[in-house]
Design a protein around this ligand. Structure first.
Ligand code: FCB
Length: 435
């Protein structure tokens, strides 16, 4: 049970559950094209247990049962993503009718159940044919993404409650092109700098394309980390400043102010696309809402052995989830307040928050503490309008494969049986107001 009531969050506050296409759909049939995660997962050493998304939660076939779970949990909305390679198998050009049909059924299924569709256009499943052309390193991705966004707008736009262009541009660029942990697995500063800019340029191009096709209520989902210095030593303060710029200020500054932090452009200038400054108006197109994903904090210490980026993340003393991520609800309050004070007065949505953990009683406490953190942010003036639990189902946790379980509903992958956990019941109790 949670200690908070839904009424405390305000009259139209949206509670939802979130998922992403590659993590749950499976169903790599009916004309869906290959994506970068298919081959990244097939490459030895990239993903724990060599797990892949071929079947995942078989949501492609079991979606009615999954939507029933969201409705029965008392949720108001469902945050899902559309797989680009299911709609346009080669990324550009020919459209796959079976893909359009699938999302027609899914979106109509939400509306029939009284659920508000919150769609995300890109949650990391880049069509492989576009990676062959350089993917996020190629500026042309602005146009490719805009064409895809236009298709989504034309076909589904009038039925979507809210639409996000990109999920977590930090992951799309830095985690995937500098740290090499996610597909396509580059460890290269030039690749990363290009992706860091092009992902936001494509976002802006996508916003224009959605608007031109009548789509309302458009946003982007940034993942933020509560960056903090490992100590009050001056060097660690500088490390924190750089870490925070890399994780938070690059993306928030770009999208909401049309400006990248100087502490980073001075390092990356040599690798960024020529004349990137000319794109900043597109990067910072006006939006209708701001999505924030929050999981943990990052502690930064100075590390002189790394000349380009003399910083490293160190382990903190707080309790962690089973992936070792520190649990820090106050970080969510601080970030929501910071975004609303320093970056935008748009309505804020916590588009993801959750915990990888087997012991579900810990997850119940995690959610309770973070829901309280949202209330505290509202009290401090942040205009928070919604909260989505990550995730509805245990699912394919990217490089962690199926070993990490974030679901409020347990999935037995052998039988595909879904079993609501205590955390699902806690949401249900709060949302039906029966506690
Ligand atoms: C976020 C991703 C989501 C999931 C959670 C745990 O970074 O958006 O797909 O992997 O982390």
């Amino acid at each position: 049970m949670f200690s908070v009531d839904r009424g405390q969050f305000g009259p139209n506050f949206v509670f939802g559950a979130a998922t992403a296409a590659y993590q749950i759909e499976g169903g790599q049939t009916d004309g869906r094209g290959p994506c970068i995660w298919d081959t990244f997962a097939a490459t030895p050493g990239n993903v724990k247990n060599a797990d892949d998304g071929k079947t995942a939660c078989d949501h492609y076939n079991r979606w009615p049962e999954d939507l029933d779970l969201i409705r029965d949990g008392g949720f108001d909305g469902y945050r899902f993503s559309i797989a680009w390679p299911r709609l346009i198998p080669e990324g550009t050009g020919a459209i796959n009718q079976a893909g359009l049909d699938f999302y027609d059924r899914l979106i109509d299924g939400m509306l029939e159940r009284g659920l508000k569709p919150f769609a995300t256009l890109y949650h990391w499943d880049l069509p492989s044919a576009l990676q062959d052309r350089g993917g996020w390193m190629n500026r042309d991705i602005g146009g490719w993404f805009a064409d895809y966004a236009a298709l989504v707008g034309r076909h589904f736009g009038d039925r979507l409650h809210a639409t996000a262009t990109i999920n977590e541009p930090w992951c799309v660029s830095i985690l995937s092109h500098i740290l090499g942990i996610h597909a396509p697995g580059y460890r290269d500063l030039r690749a990363g700098a290009r992706a860091m800019h092009h992902v936001l340029y494509a976002h802006g191009m996508g916003v224009d394309a959605l608007r031109a096709n009548g789509v309302k209520n458009i946003g982007i989902v940034t993942n933020l980390e509560k960056s903090e210095p490992a100590s009050d030593k001056e060097d660690d303060q500088r490390a924190f400043d750089l870490g925070d710029a890399m994780f938070n200020r690059w993306f928030l500054g770009g999208v909401y102010k049309g400006q990248y932090p100087e502490v980073l452009t001075s390092i990356l200038d040599q690798y960024l696309p020529v004349d990137y400054q000319k794109d900043m108006e597109i990067v910072s197109r006006p939006l209708d809402w701001a999505g924030i994903n929050y999981y943990s904090r990052g502690l930064y210490a100075w590390d002189a052995s790394r000349p380009a980026f003399p910083i490293k993340q160190v382990k903190g003393p707080l309790p962690t989830n089973d992936l070792g991520w520190e649990i820090y609800p106050k970080g969510l309050t601080d970030l929501l307040v910071r975004v609303s004070k320093e970056y935008t007065k748009l309505p804020l949505y916590v588009t993801e928050n959750g915990m990888s953990e087997i012991d579900d009683t810990r997850r119940v406490a995690f959610y309770d503490d973070h829901l309280k953190a949202v209330l505290e942010a509202q009290k401090q003036g942040a205009d928070v309008r919604g909260y989505f639990a990550w995730s509805l189902l245990d699912n394919y946790e990217w490089a962690e494969g199926y070993s990490s379980r974030f679901g409020i509903v347990h999935v037995d992958y052998a039988s595909q049986k879904r079993t609501p956990k205590g955390s699902y019941r806690a949401f249900q109790g709060m949302l039906h107001n029966t506690r």
